[in-house]
Each structure stands twice: as structure tokens, then as C-alpha cells.
Design a protein around this ligand. Sequence first.
Ligand code: NDP
Length: 237
Amino acid sequence: MTDFQGKSVLVLGGSRGIGAAIVRRFAGDGAKVTFTYAGSREAAERLAAETGANAVVTDSADRDAVIARVRDSGPLDVLVVNAGVAIVGDPLEQDPDAVDRLIRINVASPWHASVEAARRMPDGGRIIVIGSVNGDRIPFPGMSAYAMSKSALQGMARGLARDFGPRGITVNVVQPGPIDTDLNPADGPMKDIQHAVMAIKRHGPAEDVAGMVAWLAGPEAGFVTGAMHTIDGGFGA
Ligand code: NDP
């Protein structure tokens, strides 16, 4: 447990899966948490009632809505950009609009949210983006667009770390491997092919990812920036 009493945290995409675990972790550690959702209103309302966090609807595909949400959240101590989508399939057959939407949610939104947050973030603030081990390694066909989007976050974090470093604001990417969520269920169709390339042949729990995020947001990580933090059961080893 880290003491986040008095800290203001915004989690973009917090209604389910890894984002919900991050909301639970920060709220449990005393932070004042706001999280966004797009489609999962019931899950968001349940999580808000459970944790005391504030749930607000904001579509991460909508640049202006994301910027307004960050701006209206006031000075943030911690921004976590978790919202992400995956599309799988032959790039020759993929709908270009679906690829553009993925880029808006997985790349453009993290960029605009991070820049807007940094405008009013106090010195020492934390920006944490959820990438993927697929930004480093994509051992299967059909996931190029997703891998491209997660690799883009690496360059973003390295660059923004330098831009915001003079203010002590850190920018980091957490890169999960297979984590048991609706997006990638532990008993889903991809499990065998994923486990085959892992050192620890199972899906990880979302709570472990939340623990890494909390460490990066905490007092011991003030010297950690522009870095990728992989938590993947050896998927990328
Ligand atoms: P889930 O699909 O289980 O949950 C996704 C979350 O993001 C939901 O809360 C969803 O909210 C929100 N979200 C999605 N699209 C939007 C949008 N347009 N606007 C606002 N919120 C949105 O995914 P995971 O928890 O598995 O994944 C979370 C992050 O972790 C993603 O960035 C993903 O790429 C990454 N990741 C996941 C891995 C895994 O194995 N699970 C592995 C590596 C990375 P709502 O339902 O309300 O729209």
C-alpha cells in the first residue's frame, strides 16, 4: 500500500479490467479518483459505488472530449491513460476506419491527455500510460495495427519525459503481457498460443498491473522516467 491521501488521480478508461483494478488500488490507498468510461455505464456505476471514485462518461476516440475532461479535472497529481482497444486480422482486409479509430484511442488520446494534464500538473506529477509488451514483440500475425499503436507510446514517453523532466513530472509506460480481462480472457481462444511463448504460462491478474502503476505513482519512483515497465510473465523474454 502507498499513501495517496490528498492526491488527485484521473484514470482514462476505468470501468473494467486493468483500469478498474487501477481505480480500486488508488481509491483504496486514499486518493481522490475520477475515472472515465464509454460504453460500460452499469459497470462504471457499480465501481463508483464500491470505491467512492467519481465516474464520468468520456469517449477516448473524441479528442476534444478527452482534452476537456482532463482540463475540467483540475490539477492532477497522477494521470493514468488505460483506455485501449485491439483489432485483430489481416491488414489487407481491415476496415481503415477501424484502424484510424484505434489510433485515436490508443495513440492520439494518450498524447492529448498527457499534454493537457501537464499544463496544470504540479511539479513531481506522474503520467502513466498503459502500453503492451506487443510494443516490443508481436510473435503472431494479425496484430500489426495494435502493435504499432503500443510502440508509438514508447516514443511518446521518451520524448515527453524530456519535455516535462525539468518540472519533475515523470512519464512512463506500463507494458502488460496477457492479463485476464474481457479483452483477453484467461480461458479465451488466444490462451494456448500466448502461453506457448511465455516463461510463466498463465494470464496475470489485473491487480498486479495496478500494483506497478501505484509504484510508479508513488514516492520511490520520482527518478524513474521515459521508461517502459514490462509485466508479462516472460512473453517478451
Ligand atoms: P478491457 O477491454 O477489459 O477494458 C477496456 C477499458 O477501456 C474499459 O474500461 C473501457 O471502458 C475502456 N475503453 C475502451 N475504449 C474506450 C473509449 N473509446 N473511451 C473510454 N474508455 C474506453 O481491456 P483491458 O483491461 O484488458 O486493457 C486495458 C489496457 O491494457 C488497454 O490499453 C490494453 O491495450 C492494455 N493491455 C491489455 C492486455 C491484456 O492482456 N488484457 C495486455 C497488454 C495491454 P468502456 O467499456 O466503458 O468503454
